[in-house]
Design a protein around this ligand. Structure first.
Ligand code: NAD
Ligand code: MG
Length: 408
């Protein structure tokens, strides 16, 4: 891309935590970034506010019932922004000519189609929607390679690893180089750090009656409700192990997890010569997003530098998989392969949503995921249809199990 060109950006999940952080970075660089497409789930009011601030060419709401209000609101604001509704419209915009870069920040498996479409269309893909990698990682990485897309992971850990692997930069000088994050010679293992979430240090017996409000009060990161609960159960780290497997091509045995409560070391990479590289910074996703927009250049993110003296210490401990079995379940699903990660992800989405609605307790989240994995046989992940089928079956199964828990 010539230095003078302005990168047009689609932000999918624009009203969420990652979406608003992405737009904050975009607004800091009017000379190089412009939001051309904004898409959200159902909050028309919040989407309209963003449209007034960023004046995109297109705005899309996934919920078809929101179309009229979106169109009228855009007209009332005197904007030329075109209104769209439905997931298909979002997917079409992700692949279309109105954006060169796509920030995939829809939460859950709902983000799969648009993420895949952006990969196939060869976009620069700032990939926050980790569930799409867990559900269909091989297909997504293949689509990115075939389409010539450059994936920059927008998960603090994977973005840290991306920054620690110079090959990632050398091979992906330009979007369209088509190597994804590449494969890396001399790489021994990856160590993902985990904050441990709000319940770090508690035993299993102390987790039975924790509330959704306690679970989403993350000590270090400000995030959407689903990923906050995932952080509290350690399922987030489990999903990230599977995410790292697909992005960096390592088996589960070479991906470790280390609890690091200060959340300043975002992950580490160990090489065969005894070197370990880490990336550090304040816990603010705008750093990862700025890496994604600017790569291989560095651009300002609005995040202050790290004053290690002020923080004083960095602690590390092993994760407790007795109290937080979701991490173990995710490793097992990765080892089982095929449709198992899709089943894990779908059962977890149902369980987290039931927990957030106050219908099941915190410890029922791992129980539901484990029982769903046990109930459904793992099949080869031969096609997108097979994965969608596994996703749908797991949702049915987990929903049934959840109502049974509720009835007891
Ligand atoms: P969030 O709940 O704050 O925002 C989710 C966004 O997705 C909203 O804009 C919502 O309108 C949109 N959305 C929800 N359902 C939709 C649907 N069916 N169709 C279209 N849009 C829909 O979530 P978040 O914390 O921003 O997380 C977004 C993604 O990024 C998740 O996959 C999460 O795991 C990942 N992620 C987030 C963080 C973080 O710091 N928040 C860090 C790493 C990865
Ligand atoms: Mg993360």
């Amino acid at each position: 891309m010539p230095a003078s060109a302005i990168q047009s950006v689609a932000v999918l999940g624009a009203t969420g935590s990652i979406g608003t952080s992405a737009l904050d970075v975009v607004a800091r660089h009017p000379d190089r970034l412009r939001a051309s497409v904004l898409a959200a789930g159902r909050n028309v009011g919040a989407l309209l506010d963003l449209c007034r601030a960023h004046r995109p060419d297109h705005a899309a709401i996934a919920d078809p019932a929101g179309y009229q209000d979106l169109r009228d609101g855009l007209a009332a604001a005197g904007l030329a922004t075109r209104a769209h509704a439905g997931m298909d419209a979002i997917t079409e915009l992700a692949a279309g000519d109105t954006c060169q870069t796509v920030v995939a920040a829809i939460v859950g498996a709902a983000g799969l189609d648009s993420t895949l479409a952006a990969a196939r269309a060869g976009k620069r893909l700032l990939l926050a929607n980790k569930e799409s990698l867990v559900l269909a990682g091989e297909l997504l990485m293949d689509a990115a390679r075939d389409g010539g897309a450059c994936i920059v992971p927008i998960d603090s850990e994977h973005n840290a690893i991306f920054q620690c692997l110079p090959e990632a930069g050398a091979r992906d000088q330009e979007p369209g180089a088509g190597e994804g994050c590449g494969r890396h010679d001399g790489l021994l293992r990856i160590i993902l750090t985990a904050s441990g979430g709000p319940f770090r240090g508690r035993g299993r017996t102390e987790l039975g009656d924790v509330t959704p409000a306690q679970a989403i009060a993350h000590p270090k990161w400000s995030m959407g409700p689903k990923i906050s609960v995932d952080s509290a159960t350690l399922m987030n780290k489990g999903l990230e192990v599977i995410e790292a497997h697909h992005l960096f091509g390592l088996p589960g045995e070479r991906i470790d997890v280390l609890v690091h409560p200060q959340s300043l070391v975002h992950s580490l990479v160990e090489f065969i010569d005894g070197s370990t590289l880490a990336q550090l910074g304040l816990p603010d996703m705008r750093t990862a997003l700025a890496v994604g927009f600017g790569w291989p250049q560095r651009i300002e993110s609005g995040v202050a530098g790290l004053d290690l003296l002020a923080h004083g210490r960095l602690d590390f401990e092993a994760p407790d998989t007795d109290a937080f079995p979701c991490l173990r379940l995710a490793y097992a699903a990765l080892a089982a392969g095929g449709t198992a990660p899709a089943t894990l992800n779908a059962a977890n989405e149902v369980a987290v949503s039931s927990f957030l609605q106050g219908r099941i307790g915190f410890l029922s989240i791992p129980a539901l995921v484990e029982q769903t994995l046990a109930a459904l046989p793992t099949a080869p992940a031969a096609s997108l249809e097979a994965l969608r089928d596994a996703d749908a079956r797991a949702r049915d199964c987990a929903t049934r199990l959840s109502s049974r828990i509720r009835a007891n």
